[in-house]
Design a binder for this molecule. Structure first.
Ligand code: ATP
Length: 418
């Protein structure tokens, strides 16, 4: 039996993963065989998300088929926990629960796979998800506007690739108070567990990024590609006392929100990988953002590196017209441009400068397009188009570049994992 839950928390309290953790513990206590819960991130451009647009799902493995009474009991427990740990007062918190039987899951695998893609790439309406839920015979509960059913089904419908995240929770009396997680121990853990954990620290900023800054019950999260190493990593971290922890299977760090698209087909609020040539040189915008334009022959689109991407912008600034690049990112509605997550510099264009040295040793001075260049010393004139060009070395190299961990989306695949 599959259970999906989403949209229970607010910036003020709770966390949907906490409900999942309590439920997994409860069902295990009751003697059920429970699969590792899933924390699934969906389209990061969704506007009404609280933080990282994540939903959770739990699967109770039916070694023997669940009876109707058992199913009812399980559903009642889920409802009770969601009602106890959802911030109903917060305006944009609209919880949703989805229950799906094993048979209906198995029968509708294709539909679920395509729903997963849709919830990653597109903005899904409540009517659309309800039509799918009816088709697959799922039971669902909407609280308030009930938008949570979109992500609840998204979490159930997910499929590989996966990574893992260990979430450690705080003692209840500490919720809302300042967190204590020893930074030094996080750096040490990162070094010792490299390359099996990722996004623990931002070396440029010199800070740990495993602890959230919100009032939620999470103390910290350690992400990794190996689930066993996560417990070892947790043991290395010095922090305030942990209340409990849970390892989730997740689509974080996988780039599943991105796919290759031709520029002419791109639409707003989706994730893309575009290959093209730079057609407009990088320009610095107020606020520290940097924008350039690419063309792939089917159209042109602006690509932007925002201020929080810090040093990454220095790579972007060095691009010139003619460079062949791959741009990974999500497309905003207004302005319609790619918010860059990664940049692949495939082929650098040759860069030239005009040789303004005359044969006589003097300097050639520009006299406009008509006048060409005239030597200040010997008076020799060279036509505008005939001035010698000398190649200058580019100060970037071809390769794959990414924004720093503190500016990275949950879903972005770190280059380390390629
Ligand atoms: P947290 O990270 O703390 O779980 P959140 O960032 O996941 O919070 P939610 O409070 O879950 O934010 O709000 C996101 C809302 O968007 C949910 O109601 C979810 O069902 C919905 N949603 C998820 N994916 C899509 C999508 N592709 N289109 C439309 N709505 C979506």
């Amino acid at each position: 039996m599959f259970i999906g839950i989403d949209d229970t928390d607010s910036p003020n309290k709770y966390c949907t993963t906490y409900i999942a953790t309590l439920l997994v513990e409860k069902f295990k206590e009751m003697g059920y065989n429970v699969e590792m819960p899933k924390l699934i991130r969906m389209n990061p451009t969704v506007k009404y998300k609280t933080r990282g647009n994540g939903g959770v799902s739990i699967r109770i493995i039916e070694d023997k088929k669940l009876s109707d009474n058992e199913k009812r009991e399980i559903k009642d427990i889920v409802i009770e926990y969601v009602e106890n740990y959802a911030d109903f007062e917060y305006e944009t918190t609209n919880p949703g629960i989805v229950f799906l039987d094993e048979e209906n899951y198995a029968k509708n695998k294709d539909l679920l796979n395509s729903y997963y893609k849709k919830v990653l790439y597109d903005i899904v309406s409540i009517d659309y998800v309800e039509s799918i839920l009816k088709k697959i015979n799922a039971e669902y509960i909407k609280y308030k506007k009930g938008y949570g059913i979109i992500g609840a089904l998204g979490a159930i419908s997910s499929n590989p690739p996966y990574t893992y995240e260990l979430l450690a929770y705080r003692k209840r009396e500490n919720w809302g108070k300042e967190r204590f997680v020893d930074e030094k121990s996080v750096f040490e853990m990162d070094e010792k567990t490299f390359p099996f954990t990722f996004n623990n620290v931002d070396y440029d900023e010199g800070k740990s990024i495993i602890a959230p800054h919100t009032k939620c019950p999470v103390l910290y999260g350690i992400r990794g590609i190996d689930k066993d190493i996560l417990i070892e990593a947790m043991k290395m971290i010095k922090s305030e006392e942990i209340d409990r922890y849970m390892i989730f299977k997740t689509n974080q760090g996988t780039d599943v929100h991105l796919r290759y698209m031709k520029i002419k087909d791109i639409y707003p609020n989706t994730g893309v990988i575009v290959y093209g040539k730079v057609v407009k040189e990088p320009k610095n915008l107020p606020g520290g953002h940097v924008v350039f334009r690419v063309s792939d022959g089917t159209g042109e689109i602006d690509c932007i590196a925002y201020e929080p991407t810090k040093k990454f912008r220095n790579i972007v600034r060095k691009l010139i017209v003619g460079d062949l690049v791959g741009v990974y990112g999500t497309v905003r509605e207004k302005p319609f441009e790619i918010n860059i997550e990664k940049l692949k510099i495939i082929k650098l264009a040759k860069k030239y400068t005009k040789d303004k040295k005359c044969e006589c040793g003097g300097t050639l001075k520009a006299k406009g397009k008509k006048g060409g260049y005239k030597c200040r010393k010997c008076g020799k004139v060279i036509k505008y188009d005939e001035i010698k060009l000398i190649e200058v070395e580019r100060d970037i190299t071809e390769g794959f570049y990414e924004v720093p961990p503190s500016a990275r989306r949950h879903l972005s695949k770190p280059i380390l994992l390629f």
